[in-house]
Design a protein around this ligand. Structure first.
Ligand code: NAP
Length: 359
């Protein structure tokens, strides 16, 4: 595989820092530029991040002295040196939409963590193991944007990255309804316990916009391409409650599910064990070998013990049992800033690279 030059837009933020650490020694992607707001532009990466570095791993040596670009003012410059960019910025939704389209129109593809374009009809929202075929909509998007190479591809919200993968191999039984309560880590808000001490010994029963995303996004991920757009599925019915909990990393979901054709517990366990997606078949560098992992112990998965399974890219599941109101209930966990954010975006970029979308 040839090496691609990449940029990180929003490099100083929580997700941007994850991108920096994940990409430091990536076999296919070479970080050549870092960008953020005008506040950071002109400073070195080390100066711009300052005391905000929140990763356990140190800042990559190769990036410390890189001089930051202005994400908006320097689009043309960045498009000249980067084959594509990763984007994770904290801006208004319409500003992010415009920013990402400007990169695409400058013929610089964007792999995005932001929610702004998740419901744009011809923008694929991809969990690479679940709906890799949605990247085929990119040809329609390029036609609309008038680009040869530029496009936008997004990953879905971190909250759905445990239960949608766990439910996906069970779709063949006709899932009729799902109830999911998520218990979400503070890094999902770009915070640590140092920057958000109020979260120690606390729980906040509200995360703005999260329940809508958690109910709506799976319907696009399980949708299909029809002509020039992705059409959402209308089943299953999904209802959620999303809570912020005092955990540094790792979003857990307690899931209840009913089927048209109820499988046995053994069938479900076998479906999870046997499931492999395109990333596993293509052996993409960031793909976990075993995506869905079931724990027999009744006190697993635990965020602290299990979030880093397979480099934080696998999903951990436990406590599958029958329910009195739904057919089954279980608990699942995924790392929100790895699988749920930067890692999921890098895996999507690997899929796009393997399929020739950056050439
Ligand atoms: N944290 C998660 O687990 C997670 C998961 C999935 C998706 N996301 C999404 O990823 C995005 C970033 O989240 P985050 O947690 O990394 O946020 P964050 O830590 O607050 O970082 C925000 C980044 O955006 C940059 N930025 C702010 N205003 C800008 C502007 N006007 N122009 C260009 N860059 C600007 C900041 O640059 P400066 O340092 O220069 O201000 C910084 O690099 C958000 O859309 C979020 O919803 C986050």
């Amino acid at each position: 595989m040839k090496k691609y030059n990449v940029g990180i837009i929003g490099a100083t933020g929580m997700v941007g820092q994850r991108f920096a650490t994940i990409l430091e020694n990536h076999p296919w992607f070479n970080v050549v530029c870092l960008a953020a707001s005008p506040r950071s532009a002109g400073k070195t990466y080390e100066e711009a991040v300052g005391s905000r570095w929140a990763m356990v791993a140190p800042m990559p040596e190769s990036m410390k002295s890189m001089v930051m670009y202005d994400a908006t003012a320097d689009i043309e410059k960045i498009a000249k040196i980067a084959d594509f960019v990763f984007c994770a910025v904290d801006m208004k939704k319409d500003e992010i939409k415009a920013l990402e389209e400007a990169y695409a129109k400058a013929e610089c593809p964007v792999v995005s963590n932001n929610s702004a374009h998740r419901h744009t009809d011809d923008v694929p929202m991809v969990i690479p193991e679940v709906n890799p075929e949605h990247i085929e909509i990119i040809s329609a998007q390029r036609k609309r944007l008038g680009t040869k190479k530029g496009f936008i591809a997004v990953k879905s919200n971190c909250s759905i990255q445990s239960y949608v993968p766990a439910l996906h191999p069970l779709m063949k039984y006709g899932i009729s309804k799902v109830l999911a309560c998520t218990y979400q880590a503070i890094s999902g808000a770009g915070k640590t316990f140092e920057t958000w001490p109020e979260m120690i010994d606390n729980l906040i029963p509200f995360i703005g916009g999260e329940e809508e995303k958690s109910e709506k996004e799976p319907l696009k991920v399980w949708g299909h391409i029809e002509g020039e757009k992705i059409v959402n599925t209308d089943k299953p019915m999904i209802t959620t409650q999303c809570l912020r909990v005092p955990v540094s990393d790792g979003h857990t979901a307690a899931v209840f599910v009913s089927f048209d054709n109820k499988p046995t517990k053994e069938q479900i366990l076998k479906d999870w064990k046997d499931f492999a997606g395109v990333p596993q078949e293509l052996e993409l560098p960031s793909a976990p070998k075993q995506f869905l992992n079931y724990f027999e112990e009744e006190n697993r998965p635990q965020s602290k013990l299990d979030r880093m399974l397979e480099g934080g890219m696998a999903v951990s599941i436990g406590r599958l049992r029958e329910d009195t109101q739904y057919d089954y209930k279980f608990v699942c966990l995924s790392h929100n800033t790895l699988r749920g954010a930067a890692g999921g975006a890098v895996l999507l970029a690997e899929l796009l690279a393997a399929k020739g979308y950056f050439d």
